[in-house]
Design a protein around this ligand. Structure first.
Ligand code: CUA
Length: 180
């Protein structure tokens, strides 16, 4: 949703800039042209600062839009508190157990009974938390720690046939037993 609003603002600003350029050209239409050599010199003088301004702007925009990589580190010794078996089917998820503990590392052993699927977990704001491929004949291990209890959505991220869009499920994440 917010992405859409951002796209709107960017589009409107872009349209506004183009409109301003048109207004400027129209306003200049009646005037006599200045000496071309002075114009050229002015443009050359502007070239260097303009170039550096673009570089700075590029670095700034890149830095401002950086996000932390959404998938936690998978290497190193990990001691999951719970192992969850995930089998993908056309077009449903078989997840056991369905009740998962919060605050401790969970290992998802993800495989598929038929074709390639994408196992992806989303939070209540539809933000992608983690994901891995669900492949026939392989088990992909995915480690994830849920920060807080709640209901999380599982969606398929790999096109897997006509009902791919309907391949959804829910994870019920409950407070860790030791926390109470
Ligand atoms: Cu399973 Cu798309």
């Amino acid at each position: 949703m917010t992405m859409q609003n951002d796209a709107w603002v960017v589009s409107l600003v872009g349209i506004g800039l183009v409109a301003l350029l048109f207004i400027y050209v129209i306003a200049q239409a009646g005037k006599t042209a200045p000496d071309p050599t002075t114009v050229q010199k002015g443009a050359y003088a502007l070239r260097r600062p303009f170039f550096w301004a673009l570089i700075v702007l590029g670095i700034g925009v890149t830095y401002a839009t950086l996000r932390t990589f959404p998938i936690p580190k998978q290497q190193g010794p990990l001691y999951p508190a719970q192992i969850v078996q995930v089998v993908a089917h056309q077009w449903s998820w078989q997840i056991s157990p369905g009740s998962i503990q919060a605050g401790v590392p969970i290992e998802f052993d993800v495989t598929s009974a038929d074709v390639n699927h994408g196992f992806a977990i989303f939070d209540a704001h539809d933000r992608l938390l983690t994901q891995t491929q669900a492949m026939p004949g392989y088990t992909n291990r995915l480690i994830y720690t849920f920060a807080r209890p709640g209901n999380y959505r599982v969606l398929c991220l790999e096109y897997c046939g006509v009902a791919h869009y309907g391949m959804m499920d829910e994870l019920h994440v409950v407070a860790h037993k030791g926390d109470r």
